[in-house]
Every structure is written in structure tokens, then in C-alpha cells.
Ligand binder design. Structure first.
Ligand code: EPU
Length: 343
């Protein structure tokens, strides 16, 4: 275990916000994490504990007066291999895309469309990350955690995690209480590519790849190219991927808007509800490629807010508020951040 005091968080958040944490703990085993949590409480320390992954979905508004916990455990372990399925336990601290690459190399299929999503495995189970028609929840069976109040180990089934669109119980009633230590995935030995989501088939055609000969590695590389064309690389331009979730509106609201905007893209959710791309709403409000001080809206994808260099978390949050107000004024729709604000 490594404990650092007064630690810069610059390298621990993809927005590149320059703040500090009072303490930063990198632990190497579940036992170390449990011991740390128990000692923290036994000492009567009331300062907050925050468990982070790759910091790809966080916006620090100020210095963090507490302890940041981070896993350095790097283990991928097959727990069972039966019929078409392989069951794999993966530690939270592994970089998500390294896990996807490992799975593809091992001929364990399902995660290809989730290639290149930033962050670590633990966060995938909190955030239910998703892209190109797949979501982490499609492959998660259960999640191992440590209770940050008692130090006890607790397992959650996928059902108990109450997964929804970019959502889970860990973002609501369980928020801040449990640190994910391992995620259990079920992957398939058969490759069944998901190609229906906009753009994938076209991208395969452009690369001269025939659907019938498609390999998982080729699909992964195609997804990586699509993402790179649309989304900024955090090392070059600080960002946290999609800043907002796509709002789900009633059919009534949808009909009212689509009568006015016949070109408005949408996804059917169910009979009553329709999802509208927040990126489109923000672009319609004129924000794409615009900036407010050092905080900006990415020029190729309006859903992504970027740090143009040296922005504070509060500056990014102020831009977020202006965008929300404009979308509300122009469309009557509330858009909510997907990113977690800390501080
Ligand atoms: N659009 C615009 N202007 C923009 C951006 C998008 O008009 O500036 C339109 C597009 O033309 C398209 C529609 O909005 O018709 C949807 O755009 P896109 O396919 O790029 O996807 P998205 O809804 O903006 C979601 C996820 C992404 C994920 C992509 C691909 C959310 C919040 N975001 O974005 O996830 O990569 O689909 O599956 O659901 C992330 O969570 O960090 C992330 C990048």
C-alpha cells in the first residue's frame, strides 16, 4: 500500500483539473483496503473516503479534504468455463480497455463494442458504461465490494445493482458506501457481432471488411477508429467523455418537438418514452465548438465538454449550467450531467 499526503490529482482525472487530495491511498489487496477502512473509523476520523477508478467520469470542483482510495490490484481469473460461457473475475483497478483487449485475445466474446471506453473495470460496474448498442450490464453477473463504513465484504448480484441507462444503485441509495473490488463477467465462446448501431456497418465497408469474415479484433479496431474520429483523447484535451446523459422524454414531448424539428434524431425506449441525443440539442443551441473562458464544447461532438487548458472544475460546471439553461429555454428539456461532481 502506498499513502501519499497532499497529493496532486492532476494525473488522476481525465479532465486535467489541478486540485489536491489530503491523502491518496493505493492499495494492493482487499485485505489492505479493509484494514485501512477499519483503522480510519477506529481512529474516529470523520473525513470522507472517495474511491476512484481512472477518474474519467469525475469533475473536481475544489481540493478534496479527505482520502482518495485507488486499487492497484491487477488480476484476471477464470472462475468457471462451461458450455458456451466463460466466467471471469476481474479486479477493479485494471484499465477497462486492457480488459477488453485481453478478452478479445483470449477469444472470449461480447465486449468488442465497448472498446476504448476510458476508465477502469470497477467504474464500469458503477456507471454501466455503454457504447454502440452494448452496455456493461449485459455481461456483469455480480460485483464484489468493501463497505467503506464497516470494512466488511459484500457481494451484489446484477439485479441488486439495479442497472439502467448509465445508472446503477451505486449512484443512488448505495452512493459512496461501497468500493468495488472485483467485477464478475460472463462472456461467450461464440462471436456474435452487434453491428446494428449507426455507423458500424458503414465503417466496416469503408475498411473493405466483409461481415461474414469479420473477426472480433477487426470489430474492436473499427470501434476504436469510430471513437477516435469523434471523441477527444484526454491526454491531448481534458474531457470526461459524454458530459450529459441523453434525456428520456415522454412521447407527447417528443411529438411536439419532432413536429417542429423534422431532422431531430431519436431512439425509441418503449411505448411511452423516447430518448433524444443531448449532443444534437446542444448543437442546436449553437454551443458546438464554442467556449466560455477555458471551458469548451468539443467541435466534433457537442456532448463532450473540454478543458481548453488550465480550466478549473468550477469553470467547467459554469459552462454546464449555461448549456442546461439554454437547452431548457429552447426545447423545454432538462439535461443532466453523467459526470459526477466532487466538492
Ligand atoms: N449529434 C449531433 N450533434 C452532436 C453530437 C451528436 O447532432 O454534436 C447527433 C448525431 O448526429 C446522432 C446522435 O446525435 O444522430 C447521436 O450521436 P452519437 O451516435 O455520437 O451518440 P451520442 O448519443 O452522442 C452515446 C453515448 C456515448 C457513446 C455513443 C456511441 C451517452 C451519454 N453517450 O453518445 O458514450 O460512445 O453513444 O454509442 O449515452 C460516454 O458515455 O462517455 C460516451 C462517449
Amino acid at each position: 500500500m502506498i499513502i501519499k499526503d497532499n497529493c496532486s490529482l492532476l494525473g488522476h482525472n481525465t479532465f486535467g483539473i489541478d486540485v489536491k487530495a489530503s491523502h491518496f491511498v493505493d492499495y494492493d489487496s482487499v485485505d489492505e483496503l479493509q484494514t485501512f477502512v477499519r483503522q480510519h473509523h477506529d481512529a474516529g476520523d470523520a473525513s470522507p473516503l472517495l474511491h476512484i477508478g481512472g477518474g474519467s467520469n469525475l469533475l473536481f470542483l475544489s481540493d478534496f479534504c479527505g482520502t482518495i482510495l485507488h486499487s492497484r490490484m491487477q488480476e484476471i481469473h477464470v472462475t468457471a468455463d462451461e458450455g458456451d460461457y466463460v466466467y471471469v473475475r476481474v479486479t477493479a483497478g485494471i484499465t477497462w480497455d486492457d480488459w477488453v483487449q485481453y478478452a478479445v485475445d483470449s477469444h472470449w466474446y461480447g465486449l468488442e463494442n465497448l472498446s476504448l471506453i476510458p476508465g477502469e473495470v470497477g467504474a464500469s460496474a458503477v456507471q454501466n458504461i455503454g457504447a454502440y448498442g452494448s452496455e456493461a450490464k449485459d455481461f456483469i453477473l455480480f460485483v464484489d465490494t468493501v463497505d467503506l463504513q464497516t470494512g466488511e465484504i459484500r457481494h451484489f448480484t446484477a439485479e441488486e445493482c439495479r442497472y439502467g441507462y448509465r445508472d446503477s444503485a451505486f449512484k443512488h441509495e448505495l452512493r459512496g458506501r461501497y468500493a468495488v473490488t472485483h467485477v464478475h463477467f460472463r462472456l461467450s465462446h461464440s462471436f456474435r457481432p452487434r453491428l446494428d448501431y449507426g455507423g458500424i456497418r458503414r465503417a466496416l465497408e469503408e475498411r473493405g471488411i466483409n461481415e461474414t469474415d469479420l473477426t472480433a479484433e477487426q470489430l474492436r479496431q473499427t470501434i476504436i477508429e469510430i471513437r477516435r474520429a469523434k471523441l477527444p483523447e484526454p491526454k491531448e484535451l481534458g474531457n470526461a467523455g459524454s458530459f450529459f446523459t441523453n434525456p428520456v422524454v415522454s412521447r407527447e414531448t417528443f411529438e411536439r418537438l419532432s413536429n417542429k424539428h423534422s431532422d431531430m434524431p431519436y431512439y425509441e425506449v418503449d411505448k411511452e418514452r423516447v430518448k433524444i441525443p443531448a449532443g444534437w440539442l446542444i448543437e442546436q443551441c449553437g454551443w458546438k465548438g464554442k467556449a466560455q473562458g477555458r471551458a469548451g464544447v468539443y467541435e466534433r461532438q457537442a456532448l463532450v465538454l473540454v478543458n481548453l487548458g488550465g480550466a478549473t472544475g468550477k469553470e467547467i460546471a459554469a459552462l454546464c449550467e449555461r448549456i442546461q439553461a439554454d437547452v431548457k429555454a429552447q426545447f423545454g428539456i432538462e439535461i443532466a450531467p453523467e459526470v459526477n461532481f466532487i466538492g
